[in-house]
Design a protein around this ligand. Structure first.
Ligand SMILES: [Zn+2]
Length: 427
């Protein structure tokens, strides 16, 4: 409460201050009515650059699912990603008009979906040291329905997870040095752009024919896989486009395109299999979608050798030989999946998913697991908080905040214990 009261004095706007005050009042009284009021103000307080979660929120640790564990996260808007999303969103109609989908299924006035990425500044309680990578709160359904909710992905943590283990895995599964170098140079940005296009344009694009139901009704259990595939394909189709360079989103159309296409095919046909046990089918919607897209373009491009299956030193690789034709194939599949969604064509959707997205090539799967077995990565990761140090001028005004990075988790915990403990060492 001491620190929350300090936070009230530097709140970015009135609503943020109001939420913090309600939270303080809740902590002082334990009144659940005030907790509800707090959640409503918090959920609708969306203007600031800084946001947080704080409270006894998730019940995962209680077998009876009643008692919430304390957790808190302080996060800062990802300004770079927000800017990219805004540019993409502003040009949403251009993407819709130039898409490969049938003109009858295009929206005349498309509006980009809003999606938020933030960077975590600090975490405590149940959110630390092992952390979520996204937050979607509040949990109360009636508040969500009547007042809305907030959904963010924790960008710097996701990036840290992706970088863990360095480039050894990449070198194992990438075909040659050119593929490794493209990934190192453009892979990270290509991923970010793909996410922006997938979320802002992909899920917003296209319309359903009059009289046809929502995909959940028409495409049933195949709807999520097909929807994720559709959104991925919108991104894949545009990633190598010069228009992104013109919009100052992409530094190099061919470079971004190569990194994105190599990475997508490598993941869809090879590396995502690491997550499955030998003999299992793919069940998860995003994984089904990635294999569906990758193996469909592989098969359709066979006669033109668009993607070649190469075995080198007993290791299998899928090597892209024609990037331009691959882009056309992505566009073709996008057109077909949009048709399936717009018309509610269950049989065609089912055939696509069952043929390309579910069954795993057993020989390749076995090989991939063996190649991966030399990388020992722990199933869970923990994070050390950065330490924010205020720099002051002679008058004592804060002029800058320096972010420093401790390297030792145990030392950080001992330091916290020394500075913040509220309990005596002996009773
Ligand atoms: Zn999606």
């Amino acid at each position: 409460v001491f620190w929350l009261e300090k936070a009230v004095t530097v709140a970015e706007n009135e609503k943020q201050a109001k939420a913090l005050k309600l939270l303080i009042e809740y902590y002082k009284t334990g009144d659940l009515k005030i907790w509800d009021d707090y959640n409503i103000v918090w959920a609708t307080s969306t203007e600031g650059d800084i946001d947080y979660i704080n409270g006894f929120i998730e019940v995962y640790n209680d077998p009876k699912a009643f008692r919430g564990s304390y957790e808190t996260i302080v996060q800062i808007k990802d300004f770079d990603m927000s800017k990219k999303m805004a540019v993409v969103s502003k040009n949403a109609q251009w993407f819709e008009d130039n898409s490969t989908i049938d003109n009858n299924y295009k929206k005349k006035n498309v509006v980009g979906v809003s999606y938020k990425t933030v960077n975590v500044a600090s975490e405590a309680g149940d959110a630390s040291p092992s952390t979520p990578i996204g937050v979607n709160l509040p949990n109360n359904n009636w508040i969500r329905q009547q007042h809305g909710s907030k959904s963010v992905s924790l960008g710097n943590l996701i990036e840290a997870y992706n970088q863990a283990g360095g480039t050894d895995k990449l070198k194992e599964f990438a075909f040659d040095e050119a593929e490794v170098n493209a990934e190192i140079k453009y892979g990270h940005l290509a991923d970010k752009l793909h996410t922006a296009l997938h979320e802002v344009i992909g899920h917003a694009s296209g319309k359903i024919n009059p009289g046809v139901g929502q995909p959940k009704e028409t495409l049933k259990n195949y709807s999520s896989t097909l929807e994720e595939a559709r959104a991925d394909l919108v991104g894949l189709y545009y990633l190598p486009d010069e228009k992104l360079v013109e919009m100052k989103l992409s530094p190099n159309a061919a470079g971004i395109g190569k990194a994105a296409y190599d990475g997508y095919i490598r993941n869809g046909l090879i590396t995502q299999l690491i997550r499955l046990n030998l003999g299992d089918d793919i069940e998860e919607a995003h994984m089904r979608n990635r294999q569906l897209v990758a193996s469909w373009v592989f098969e359709k491009g066979k006669k033109d050798n668009v993607i070649e299956k190469v075995v080198k030193n007993n290791k299998t690789y899928f090597v892209i030989r024609d990037y331009a034709k691959l882009r056309t194939l992505f566009g073709d599949l996008l057109r077909e999946i949009q048709r399936i969604k717009s018309e509610g064509d269950f049989e065609a959707g089912k055939a696509l998913v069952e043929t390309y997205g579910v069954k795993v090539d057993q020989a390749i799967h076995k090989e991939v697991l063996e190649r991966n077995s030399k990388f020992k990565s722990a199933p869970y990761s923990g994070f050390v908080n950065p330490v924010l140090v205020a720099e002051k001028d002679d008058a004592g005004n804060i002029t800058a905040i320096k972010v420093t990075q401790p390297t030792n988790f145990a030392a950080q915990m001992l330091d916290y214990a020394k500075r913040y403990t509220t309990l005596p060492d002996t009773n």
